[in-house]
Design a binder for this molecule. Sequence first.
Ligand SMILES: [Zn+2]
Length: 171
Amino acid sequence: MSRALVLNASYEPLCVVPTRRALLLVLQAKAELLAGTGHVFHSARVSVDEPSVVRLAYFVRVPHQAHVALNRRAIFARDGHRCQYCGAQAENIDHVVPRSRGGTHSWENVVACCRRCNTRKEDRLLEEAGFRLSRQPRAPRSRLWLLAASGDVEDEWVPFVAPVLEQAVAV
Ligand SMILES: [Zn+2]
């Protein structure tokens, strides 16, 4: 047993749960099975396809702006592990407006950065250092975006997760 993707009644990806939890949702008629893992779960009374993707029978209201935790892994995933100044392999996190200059530790002010650029930029503003961002940093729109961006997605999830990823990248 591994993990299953749970979709809202509207087909919007909601969360990832242990397969056992998804199986319970299906058995309790709280969700329908959309895609199986290819394995069959046998109990004393029933045999059910092991769920990989399920859709809730009821609509769950979620906050419009889903919150994605700001951490190193998430920033690297958002920025494709590339330095947002020169495109080299990123190794550090840089505050665009340095914290010593009043910059915040927020999605809009942190970028993945290579060691060389990080060292060259020092505690300077972009214009002072002659640096340019390859794109404006923004907060990811969906919690599932991080999962999709990190490549940690089962094959059966792709048709359901891909639209979310495209939407998140097209900012
Ligand atoms: Zn760089």
